[in-house]
Every structure is written in structure tokens, then in C-alpha cells.
Design a protein around this ligand. Structure first.
Ligand SMILES: *Cc1c(COP(=O)(O)O)cnc(C)c1O
Length: 349
């Protein structure tokens, strides 16, 4: 199977499995797992923050971040298609008593002007703004990368008003590979940053939340409260350490494969995509012009050994990662061309 559903589907590499088997472990709730401690130190260093916390999932990392940066009854300003608002089971409301204030954007990239217009102080009528959330790269907008100037403008503006900024950097290493900046440079203006080890980096489990030491210490308590206090988690952290050191160098290859996919897709009648917009590992395309429902395209692809999911009845998403090479992408394109015969496309024109 050529699995392009997500970059979460990668299997641990032989180096990760070796590191897992040999990992030195202890009870991490006691703070005694040396491998988890090493991963947290290294992740903080890479993120350019004082401290970092190993969490089971990106959702838990974001959930803890919102809790740390807000109080009950506040608003969180984020893009309208942000992962925190669409794919995390209303965690803002559930754990932090906050509501999202969503902003429609073209590419998932907020501007300071948009944020400034919506940021509200305490007043007798509306929920005050608690924090700003930015997603980099932006998943549902096709892996788009925040320009560093925009990140700085938003964070500077927010800080001037006493507001905090959390970066959902699930794929911040992709943003780094695409922009030539370091993860620390990208995350520097934000108060906290979450990144996933289990997405593009290819670790089997885990994410990191990084930020000021005092906040991360408090976050450790929220992690426990959420049920995320793990014991001999060094076996997982060991794979994370391999992922964090070895995979970032390979991400440019995923990006080239994504662009290759996008260019091929643009040539298939009925499919709409601007390949120039594909700068990281996520390829979102509009298949409405084929006249075939996206669920049906997905089913046909599965028959040919290609897994690729619809997002809705128009759009589909392909995500490249180290378990699908260029040849796999070429096969996926062939399967797609076969799944949406030009005949069907022509009848739609
Ligand atoms: C996947 C993802 C998350 C959450 O990660 P999980 O580990 O699946 O909980 C958060 N933000 C973005 C942008 C993601 O793509």
C-alpha cells in the first residue's frame, strides 16, 4: 500500500527500534527516566526555550498550552481552519473554559491587523482575549509556512497588549526545512511551541511542548491531570531522540515529492491545484471538476493500492513522508489518473 493519508503512518526506522530496545529507563512521573530527561533537554535546546515537556500527543500539548496561557471565560484567536478548533474535540472549552474566535484566512496565515481587530480587553459585554494561536505549518491549508516577519508582528503586537502566543508547530521542522530558518528562530517570538515527533519526524509516539521553565513545570501537572503521566516512557523518548536528530535532514525530500505530486495532479483533467503553493509535505487538491465524489475517488484508489483521504466533498489531501518514495508518488499519480477518467471530467465542463 502507498499510504499518503498522513505523515503519522510512518513505521519506526531500524535505528529507532534499536534505540527503543536499548533505552535506559526509569519512572518518569518521579522524573527518573534518563532518556525522557535527555529528550526534554534536547527538545528545549532545539526549540530555543528554557524547558520542554514530553507529551503523548500533539493534542495534549496544545491542550496544556491553552490551559497555561488563558483563564476560564476567555477567547482564543486562531485561524478558522486551525487544528485546535477543528480536530481537537473542543478541548479549549472542555479543559480551559475558553472559546475560539476564528478568523477566515486564505492560507491559514493570520496577520497582526486581523488579530488586532479582534483582540478585546475586559469589558461588560464580551469575552476578553486570552491568547493567540498560530499553526505552522498549516495542516488544512496545505502545509503553508508562516513568513517569519508575520510571526514577529503577531507576537510583538500580542505581547504589547499583554497577550500570549502559542505556536502549534506540529510540523515546525517542515517549516524550518522549507524556509532555511532554524526551529528556534521560528519559535523564538512565541511564548510556547508544540511540535510532534510522530508526524513528519517519524517517531511512533509523542510530541513536545516547549516554553519558559516556570510554565512547563506547571504544564507537567496539567499533563498528569489529563492522564498523561507516563512511567518508563524512555522507550518512546528514545525513538523521539532518533527522530529529532535524523529526520529533519530528510524532510526536503518529502517536500520535493509533494511538489512532484502537485505538478502531476495539476495535469489531471478535473483536478485543481496550484503546485507553487505546495512548499512542504501536504498536498491539498480540489477534485470537484472530475465529477466523481471524493469518497468514491478514495475508494477507487484503495483498489489500486493507494490510500488517500477526502477532506470534504471537494477536497482531498495527500501527505508525503519517508515511507513513500518518488516511485511511490509516481504510482499514486498513475492510480489517480486512472480513477478519474477524462470522460467524467469532460462531462462536467
Ligand atoms: C496532528 C496535529 C496535531 C495533533 O497531533 P496528535 O498527536 O494527532 O494529537 C496538532 N496540530 C496539527 C497542526 C496537527 O497536524
Amino acid at each position: 500500500m502507498i499510504d499518503l493519508r498522513s505523515d503519522t503512518v510512518t513505521k519506526p526506522t531500524p535505528a529507532m527500534r534499536r534505540a527503543m530496545a536499548e533505552a535506559e529507563v526509569g519512572d518518569d512521573v518521579y522524573g527518573e527516566d534518563p532518556t525522557v530527561n535527555r529528550l526534554e533537554t534536547r527538545a528545549a535546546e532545539i526549540a530555543g526555550k528554557e524547558a520542554a515537556l514530553f507529551v503523548p500527543t500533539g493534542t495534549m500539548g496544545n491542550t496544556i498550552a491553552v490551559k497555561l496561557l488563558t483563564t476560564h471565560g476567555q477567547e482564543v484567536i486562531c485561524d478558522a481552519r486551525a487544528h485546535v478548533t477543528d480536530y481537537e474535540l473542543a478541548m479549549m472549552a472542555w479543559f480551559s473554559g475558553c472559546v475560539p474566535r476564528t478568523v477566515p484566512t486564505a492560507d491559514g496565515i493570520l496577520s497582526w491587523e486581523q488579530v488586532a481587530r479582534l483582540a478585546k480587553p475586559v469589558n461588560p459585554y464580551s469575552a476578553p482575549t486570552g491568547m493567540i494561536e498560530i499553526e505552522n505549518t498549516h495542516n488544512m491549508c496545505g502545509g503553508t509556512v508562516y513568513p517569519i516577519e508575520t510571526i514577529r508582528e503577531i507576537c510583538d503586537g500580542a505581547h504589547e497588549r499583554g497577550l500570549k502566543v502559542h505556536m502549534d508547530g506540529a510540523r515546525i521542522f517542515n517549516a524550518a526545512a522549507a524556509s532555511g530558518l532554524t526551529v528556534a528562530e521560528i519559535a523564538a517570538p512565541a511564548d510556547t511551541v508544540m511540535f510532534c515527533l510522530s508526524k513528519a519526524l517519524g517517531a511512533p509516539v509523542g510530541s513536545m511542548l516547549a516554553g519558559p521553565a516556570e510554565l512547563i513545570a506547571k504544564g507537567r501537572l496539567y499533563r498528569k491531570r489529563l492522564g498523561g503521566g507516563m512511567r518508563q516512557a524512555g522507550v518512546l523518548a528514545a525513538a523521539g531522540l532518533v527522530a529529532i536528530e535524523e529526520t529533519p535532514l530528510k524532510l526536503v525530500e518529502d517536500h520535493r515529492n509533494a511538489r512532484f505530486l502537485a505538478e502531476g495532479l495539476a495535469r489531471i483533467p478535473g483536478i485543481r491545484i496550484d503546485p507553487k503553493k505546495v512548499v512542504t509535505n501536504i498536498v491539498i487538491f480540489d477534485a470537484a471538476g472530475t465529477g466523481i465524489p471524493t469518497a468514491e475517488i478514495s475508494a477507487r484508489l484503495k483498489q489500486s493500492g493507494v490510500l488517500l483521504n477526502p477532506i470534504n466533498d471537494r477536497e482531498m489531501r495527500a501527505v508525503t513522508h519517508y515511507d513513500v518514495d518518488r516511485a511511490g508518488c509516481a504510482l499514486a499519480l498513475d492510480a489517480l489518473a486512472e480513477a478519474v477518467p477524462a470522460r467524467a471530467a469532460a462531462s462536467q465542463l
